[in-house]
Design a protein around this ligand. Structure first.
Ligand SMILES: [Zn+2]
Length: 132
């Protein structure tokens, strides 16, 4: 961990390596434009892990050291639908899921598995968890 360039999103506080957000004008987590981001380099020691923001299947709560994994998020989302997100504590996605399932007469139930891992990744990043 020496000279990697990192940026902290001013919106959600998630730290990205310059490589991860190359060519992006908006934060992939909270969709806020990067224009307002501070130009001072973040300290890598305080930044936490830099990789895995888009691929991580496990996150660690920095305050407790508790690790959560969701390798088969798609399967659980397929089996339990919105309840899976509720069990994960992602209440926003749970309620949105129920709403979407009702609205689409059940169709959304089959769509959510495709996005389950991505939604959970965002959920944990917003909670301040670091990708493992
Ligand atoms: Zn952000």
């Amino acid at each position: 961990m020496s000279a990697e360039t990192v940026s902290r999103c001013p919106g959600c506080g998630v730290v990205f390596s310059a490589r991860d957000i190359e060519g992006m004008s908006r934060c992939p987590v909270c969709s806020l434009p990067f224009a307002a981001r501070p130009s001072r380099p973040a300290r890598p020691s305080a930044a936490g892990p830099l990789r895995g923001v888009h691929t991580a299947q496990a996150f660690v709560d920095p305050s407790t050291g508790h690790v959560v994994r969701f390798e088969r998020a798609w399967l659980w989302a397929l089996l339990f639908g919105p309840l899976y997100f509720a069990w994960r504590g992602a209440w926003f996605h749970a309620f949105m899921g129920i709403f979407a399932v009702v609205l689409t007469a059940g169709l959304a139930w089959l769509v959510y598995p495709f996005f389950a891992a991505r939604l959970l990744r965002r959920h944990y990043l917003r909670q301040g968890f670091d990708p493992v």
